[in-house]
Every structure is written in structure tokens, then in C-alpha cells.
Design a protein around this ligand. Structure first.
Ligand SMILES: N[C@@H](CCC(=O)N[C@@H](CS)C(=O)NCC(=O)O)C(=O)O
Length: 210
């Protein structure tokens, strides 16, 4: 199994899960902005949409989309702590958060990469903060769905860590700031960050102080 990632991009969430699972896998760090693979060739030959993550299965089949790859790797390893059993309410709670992180939070950050300034940038930042407030209010325990670390937490960790990269303070989100420190201290996260190298989530201090 091989995972294609860009340092600190959303692909880091799947990378963390693979390290939580502990089965061997190959990793290729690509430059998703330049669409360039480690050997300089065009990444679009691997991923026609030009995005990370891509998971290449041993049979050569390739799977895309964070949420789907996360479910695939956790189900395959029968890791019900990371992804509860199909049909259980607990699973739908994890999927509910995965969907929220994907559609409402992850994509809200994208305009910050554009040449926007002043009121428009403030608008985008306010929107991100409002979504982070939902997370702050909705966190059911130490993690999103309770006191067990799940696939949704791996995804939230990556996207919420981008607040540091973009200079968005978490002073009014103490539970989320504590969550980032807690998840950042996991061995899987530290190993994944070091393997990917410098990116939008820093290996040394991924969690902002509250
Ligand atoms: N819907 C995709 C989104 C993945 C995504 O947005 N990846 C970003 C990095 S975080 C990317 O590859 N961007 C490159 C591009 O848009 O060209 C998923 O969930 O996997």
C-alpha cells in the first residue's frame, strides 16, 4: 500500500491513521502545488485530479478522497476504535464529523490562499472562526465523539492546525486548543509530521497555545 501526501495537507490525516494502525506502507511526498512527484515527474499521471491524498492499493487500484480512504484503511484493519462498526450510530457520528470537517471547515480555508485582503479576508476568517466555534461547542469529550480518538479527530487535527499557519487565534476556543495539543502529542502524529517534513503543520509545535 502506498500513500501520496503533500506536507501538512489534508492527506496528513490519512497518514496519521496509517501510523495509528501500524501496518507497513510506502509514502511519497509530492509537491501538489507544482503537481510534481518526488522524481520530478507529473503527479497528474498518478492523480488525474491533481490532489492529495491518493492511496494506491497493492493491486494497483487507487482510491481518493480523505473520508473514503480513512474508512477504507480503518475497516480493512478492523480498527473499530478509529472507525466504529458499519451500521452503528457511533459510526454515523464519526462520519458526521468527517463530513463537517471536509465540507464546512477544510474548504473554508481555501480562499486564504488567494490574493484577497482587507474586508474579504476578514469575512473568510470570520467564517472559519464560526465553524471552529461549532467544533468547540460540539466536542463530546477529549475528542470529537467522546474520549476515543477516531478518524474524524485525525482530520480535524490537520485542518484546525492550519489556524496556526494562517495566524488565526484560538484564544476563544480553549477545548480545541487543548485538543490540538493532545493529538499533537500522539506518537503517530509526531512520526507522520517528521516523515512529511515542513509544511502547513509544523513538526516541532503543531499546537497553538490557548
Ligand atoms: N475532496 C478532497 C479534497 C482534497 C484536497 O483539497 N487536497 C488539497 C490539499 S489539502 C489538494 O490536493 N489541493 C491541490 C489542488 O487543489 O490542486 C478530499 O477530501 O480528499
Amino acid at each position: 500500500m502506498k500513500l501520496y501526501v503533500h506536507p501538512g495537507a489534508s492527506s496528513l490525516s490519512v497518514h496519521i491513521l496509517l501510523r495509528e494502525i501500524g501496518e507497513p506502507f510506502d509514502l511519497e511526498v509530492v509537491n501538489v502545488t507544482a503537481k510534481q512527484r518526488a522524481d520530478g515527474s507529473d503527479y497528474r499521471d498518478v492523480a488525474p485530479r491533481g490532489m492529495v491524498p491518493v492511496l494506491e492499493h497493492s493491486g494497483g487500484e487507487r482510491l481518493t478522497e480523505n473520508m473514503v480512504i480513512a474508512q477504507f484503511v480503518c475497516d480493512r484493519a478492523d480498527r473499530r476504535d478509529l472507525m466504529p462498526a458499519p451500521g452503528s450510530m457511533a459510526r454515523y457520528r464519526v462520519m458526521e464529523w468527517q463530513s463537517f470537517v471536509a465540507a464546512e471547515l477544510h474548504k473554508s480555508f481555501i480562499p486564504l490562499n488567494w490574493a484577497i485582503d482587507g474586508p474579504m479576508r476578514e469575512l473568510v476568517t470570520a467564517r472559519i472562526r464560526s465553524r471552529l466555534a461549532f467544533v468547540e461547542q460540539g466536542m463530546a469529550g477529549l475528542f470529537l465523539t467522546g474520549d476515543t480518538f477516531t478518524a474524524a479527530d485525525a482530520y480535524l487535527f490537520v485542518i484546525a492546525s492550519w489556524t496556526r499557519f494562517y495566524g488565526i487565534a484560538l484564544d476563544t476556543h480553549p477545548k480545541l486548543a487543548a485538543f490540538l495539543r493532545r493529538v499533537g502529542a500522539r506518537a503517530s502524529v509526531s512520526a507522520a509530521l517528521h516523515a512529511e517534513g515542513r509544511g502547513m503543520v509544523t513538526p516541532d509545535d503543531p499546537a497553538p497555545a490557548p
